[in-house]
Design a protein around this ligand. Structure first.
Ligand code: GLN
Length: 311
């Protein structure tokens, strides 16, 4: 089932967000409430990404520590450093901590992560789908460029379906004038042999597809297009996506739960409300959500996708 949480707002302690509330993300690891048939507990690891403002680049002669200003949404390694878990883009740097052990066993949650401060956080706890590896590289969030991504759900027969979706997107890419096409071989770049890691390769390609109607400026449309393309090949796929760029959050709901708590000061999307605040809003199934402080948009996924398909 996995559970995930995204936050954008005033600077806060990264670790505190994982333990915030009587039904915190950490509590949801062993006592989730809205399982919807997707598992029992979320004990197969966790991950958290946070953004900070990039430090000014040192002089050009200097070798190390250079801040790259390459393309936004570049997941292919040109704008970030995927292997090290650090991405750079658009003036924000995203970093990540992951552990394949249960979140409740990791003392860093209380001893280290609270020392990190950020105005934007994306976190996930994992319940590995049967047959998928339990390892650090399979724990969301997945990073690339300025983006962090999490998937709560499952794609049945994911190897066949994701390959077919890649082929569909390659055909569709010419319609929106993308400057680069989808190469199915890129799926080999997936960090882990899981549906989620493979979907992240495809989403990264979409976000990186510069062109007259590229998705860099409309990541929500990219999420909707990907979800719809997967559903075409696997109508029983479960596709709760969560994407952040340090300033906004985008999410889809296909089968699994999601709630939003948005005020003028902050925006939070969470699989389950972490406390009893009456302002939490449950998100209907098959929605595309866009959230930032003072702004929440919830629209039907199908409509968002038809807008994406008709540039
Ligand atoms: N299928 C994904 C994985 O195994 C997500 C699992 C989930 O949402 N429970 O990592």
């Amino acid at each position: 089932m996995c559970r995930h949480l995204g936050y954008v707002g005033p600077e806060t302690a990264v670790g505190e967000l994982l333990t915030r509330g009587s039904h915190s993300l950490r509590t949801q690891a062993w006592a989730p409430r809205e399982m919807r048939g997707g598992g029992t507990i979320n004990a197969d690891g966790f991950g958290v990404a946070w953004w900070r403002v990039a430090e000014p680049a040192p002089s050009s002669e200097s070798e190390g520590g250079q801040v790259l200003t390459a393309g936004r949404g570049d997941i292919s390694g040109r704008g970030g450093v995927p292997d090290s878990g650090i991405g750079v883009g658009a003036g924000l740097v995203v970093s990540r901590y992951r552990n394949p052990d249960p979140i409740w066993t990791d003392p860093a949650v209380e001893e280290v992560l609270p020392q990190l401060k950020s105005g934007s956080v994306l976190a996930s706890i994992r319940s590995a789908t049967v047959g998928m590896p339990v390892e650090r590289a399979a724990c969301a969030p997945f990073l690339g460029g300025r983006w962090a991504f999490s998937h709560n759900g499952v794609v049945p027969q994911w190897r066949r379906v994701v390959t077919a979706v890649s082929s569909d997107l390659d055909t569709a890419a010419t319609q929106w004038g993308a400057t680069r096409l989808f190469e199915t071989a890129r799926l080999l770049e997936a960090e882990a042999a899981t549906d989620s890691a493979a979907l992240w390769v495809l989403l990264g390609e979409l976000l990186d597809s510069a062109g007259p109607e590229g998705f860099v400026e409309s990541p929500g449309a990219a999420l909707a297009l990907l979800a719809t393309a997967v559903l075409t090949h696997a109508s029983d796929a479960r596709l709760n996506f969560l994407l952040g760029d340090g300033e906004q959050l985008w999410a889809t709901t296909v089968h699994h739960a999601l709630s939003a708590l948005v005020t003028d000061d902050f925006a939070i999307l969470s699989s389950e409300p972490y406390d009893g605040d009456p302002r939490w809003q449950p998100i209907p199934d098959r929605s595309l959500v866009t959230a930032r402080p003072g702004f929440l948009s919830v629209e039907p996924l199908a409509r968002a996708d038809s807008q994406a398909a008709a540039p």
